[in-house]
Design a protein. Structure first.
Lengths: 204, 127
């Protein structure tokens, strides 16, 4: 199957709106967990080549070190990965909000990373699934790296695909120094399938 | 009497979904705006009864739109329709003058209930 994946303006708009609703549900969960207000961006939806993806990741990086968790999801012929990338500077503030005392060790940071990843990834994936009538199963979250550079992360992942649909959501938390990026990546086959699924939403 | 309704959302799909979710028995003349700035222009040029307003939009977002309406004391009832369901977001828009908050995805029953509650439409006619 060599059909090139592509998105029409209407399809992109549809994914953006579906993501908008799903990330709102995820933000609500995080807001309740941390007792904060989460600032919601307009999500980016793009079909990208793996090389562009690497550049996207590098542009997120700046000079900061990051910690990242990825989590696979699958259901109804659709598969993808949710990649949550945290700026390491965020941990101090998250720890305060979650009432962790004193200095954090690596294990406590890992625990927080997993907690936040579970909330954000889970709610976002289920939010998208819910709107498309898909019950996604999620794999256990895997830590890709702690306190590493984006380049280190990339060398961990071998190039399993060439093109992907990437949905990028940048969450920031008001009045706190907390910043993370959630990237949802769908396989090429999945995008073809999802384009058929959303066509019913686009019909007049 | 036909009601003049403004639907403001940056997503084309969301605008259509919103228009479809309006009660069947409510005679309306619907105008669409792509962001807050366009909505404010329309409101200044024409009289509208109700606006359904999204929050997350480019150019001028929903919060800024509510502020602009309040600053110029524009005569329109605003219902915020958003995926941002954080309690804080709902409180903020009400403080800024929105009469109510409707979460996305919209459903027809909820829209009808809100419109009835504020006396914008009468009870649905019995079939």
């Amino acid at each position: 199957m060599n059909e090139q994946i592509a998105l029409s303006e209407d399809e992109r708009d549809c994914y953006q709106e579906i993501t908008n609703v799903a990330m709102g549900q995820a933000a609500d969960r995080l807001a309740r967990l941390l007792g904060v207000y989460v600032v919601l961006p307009i999500p980016n939806v793009n079909i990208i080549e793996i090389n562009e993806f690497k550049m996207t990741l590098k542009s997120l990086e700046g000079n900061a070190t990051v910690s990242a968790v990825c989590q696979g999801f699958i259901g109804a012929g659709i598969a993808g990965e949710a990649l949550l990338i945290f700026n390491d500077a965020s941990f101090t503030d998250i720890a305060k909000l979650l009432d962790y005392p004193g200095n954090l060790d690596k294990h406590e940071e890992l625990e927080m990373l997993m907690d936040v990843a579970n909330v954000l990834n889970g709610a976002c994936i289920q939010g998208i699934g819910g709107q498309l009538d898909i019950d996604f199963s999620q794999s256990h979250p895997v830590v890709l790296g702690q306190h590493c550079s984006i380049s280190d992360l990339l060398s961990e992942k071998k190039n399993a695909w060439q093109r992907t649909m990437a949905i990028e959501i940048n969450y920031t938390i008001e009045d706190h120094n907390i910043n993370c990026d959630l990237l949802l990546l769908f396989t090429e086959e999945s995008v073809l399938h999802m384009n058929r699924l959303i066509s019913f939403l686009l019909d007049d | 009497m036909v009601s003049k309704v403004l639907i403001c959302d940056d997503s084309n799909m969301a605008r259509k979904q919103m228009a479809r979710a309006l009660p069947d028995h409510w005679p309306v003349d619907v105008t669409f705006a792509k962001h807050g700035e366009e909505a404010i222009e329309f409101i200044k040029a024409n009289e509208f009864e109700v606006m359904f307003l999204d929050l997350t939009m480019p150019v001028m977002d929903g919060y800024e739109t509510l502020e602009a309406i309040r600053k110029d004391d524009l005569p329109i009832m605003v219902l915020v329709v958003s995926g941002d369901i954080q309690p804080e977001a709902q409180e903020r828009v009400k403080k800024l003058g929105a009469i109510d908050f409707i979460k996305k995805p919209v459903d027809q029953a909820r829209i009808a209930a809100v419109l009835t509650e504020y006396g914008i439409i009468g009870e649905a006619p019995n079939e």
